[in-house]
Design a protein around this ligand. Structure first.
Ligand SMILES: N[C@@H](CCC(=O)N[C@@H](CS)C(=O)NCC(=O)O)C(=O)O
Length: 219
């Protein structure tokens, strides 16, 4: 299994995260996204005419679109990440997978503008990103009232994997997470999961170590 990947891409990070949670180790093809624009090369456009990464190749199967890749990895190696058979939970997962593309467009667009100087209307991208974060905060708050820590249930699913990276990296695009306490709690819960992996700018939530005990010296 081969993943066309770029270390600083939140969309590729979704796939690396899901692979880690599922205990799968894809061979990594490091794409020269910036400054090389390798994802627009003829060889890569033949794999994905949309000219975006991630791309996952498993034998004869070529998959593009991060949500499809998350679904594939979970279905083949960690079906519990697809959620339960409950109809509402299944529908919620689909809802948040669709929603995650608004995070990509807006928070991701703002980040590309700020980090790679991509042209674009930064005020509009940030405003749309903030609107999406408010929606996410409200959704997570409703979940919290039901005693559920994650987007579709009390355990994480591909919906959380799809939404987490662009939210965690929102400050790179000039969008603060300070106004969203429930998002920050969710981020802490997600970053504490077993097998969670980091990317530059997104850190595991380490358990706090006890205060150092200083040995008392005899007077
Ligand atoms: N809908 C795609 C979007 C992925 C995406 O936006 N990838 C970025 C890298 S983070 C990309 O390849 N953008 C192409 C470009 O900016 O030239 C998915 O979810 O896989």
């Amino acid at each position: 299994m081969k993943l066309y990947d770029y270390i600083l891409s939140p969309s590729c990070y979704k796939v690396r995260l899901m692979a880690a949670f599922a205990g799968v180790k894809p061979e990594i093809h490091a794409v020269d996204f910036h400054p090389g624009n390798e994802h627009k090369s003829l060889e890569m456009l033949a794999l994905n005419p949309a000219g975006s990464i991630p791309i996952l190749v498993d034998g004869d199967l070529v998959l593009t679109e991060s949500s499809a890749i998350l679904t594939y990895l979970a279905a083949t190696s960690a079906p519990e990440w697809l959620g339960s058979r409950d109809p509402e939970e299944r529908a919620r997962i689909q809802q948040w997978l669709s929603f995650s593309h608004r995070l990509t467009t807006n928070l991701g667009g703002a980040r590309l503008h700020e980090m790679l100087l991509r042209p674009g209307n930064i005020e509009q991208l940030q405003a749309n990103g903030i609107a999406a974060l408010r929606e996410l905060e409200a959704g997570l708050f409703e979940q919290k009232l039901k005693g559920q820590r994650f987007l579709a249930s009390n355990r994480p699913t591909i919906a959380d994997v799809a939404c987490f990276p662009y939210v965690a990296l929102a400050p790179d695009g000039g969008v603060s997470l300070d106004p969203y306490p429930t998002i920050r709690l969710w981020s802490r819960a997600f970053r504490s999961l077993d097998r969670f992996i980091e990317m530059p700018g997104v850190h595991r939530l380490h358990d706090l170590k006890p205060e150092p005990q200083y040995a008392k010296t005899e007077a």
